[in-house]
Ligand binder design. Structure first.
Ligand SMILES: [Zn+2]
Length: 216
């Protein structure tokens, strides 16, 4: 907590003066370029690796960057709500209120959620975690259908297949499917290699994730 508080003080003293005007403008409304779905993992920092400013990204983060398929959530509680509704609400808000034109689902290497999914091991009394990860099970089958994924670590290969599967889940939302079909929305599969601090993007031609920035 000390580091966090020191950061607030540092922001106020050193960074804030350069952002006063921008935030004053942003206070009037937001018009982000992109809906960005990422894992809650502390090491994944979209604003850092994509060099984005406040107002640029509408971000949904959760354990394992999971997008539950629309209307197929088995964990609905008796009142009809579920954790999946949070993601669905975010998707609908980003599209129908903010009119974003791009959606990025970004997985990452060494993902604890993907390791738990792969091994079936998480704390026995963590029932919310178990129910949440169950919504990523289709990614296990997806991995079998993506034989060209070439990350050395099998959990990383699952994580990459998982990102592709989440794009399919996104397409189960009628508004996403409609806008994509009309050419008003593009979906992107990204994957952050933590050890290399490098962003990879899905390349359908090679069936692999390739560095988004090619060194020349
Ligand atoms: Zn993760």
């Amino acid at each position: 907590m000390q580091k966090l508080l020191a950061g607030i003080h540092d922001f106020h003293r050193r960074v804030r003066p350069g952002y006063v005007e921008r935030f004053a403008h942003l206070a009037l409304g937001q018009a982000p370029d992109c809906l960005f779905v990422a894992c809650a993992d502390s090491r994944v920092v979209p604003n850092l690796f994509a060099s984005t400013d406040p107002g640029d990204l509408f971000v949904l983060r959760n354990v394992g960057n999971i997008v539950p398929a629309c209307c197929a959530d088995p964990s609905h509680s008796q009142d009809g709500s579920s954790s999946a509704d949070s993601v669905g609400a975010g998707v609908e808000f980003a599209l129908q209120a903010l009119d974003v034109r791009d959606v990025v689902v970004c997985g990452h290497s060494a993902c604890g959620a993907m390791r738990a999914l792969a091994t079936g091991q998480w704390p026995a009394d963590a029932r919310h975690l178990g129910a949440w990860l169950a919504q990523a099970r289709p990614s296990l089958a997806r991995l079998e259908r993506e034989p060209r994924l070439d990350a050395p670590d099998p959990v990383d290969r699952l994580s990459q297949a998982h990102v592709l599967q989440q794009l399919d889940h996104l397409r189960s939302y009628p508004e996403v499917a409609r806008r994509e079909a009309e050419g008003r929305l593009a979906l992107h599969a990204w994957w952050f290699d933590l050890a290399r601090a490098e962003v990879l993007a899905w390349d359908a031609t090679s069936g692999r994730f390739l560095p988004l920035v090619r060194e020349t």
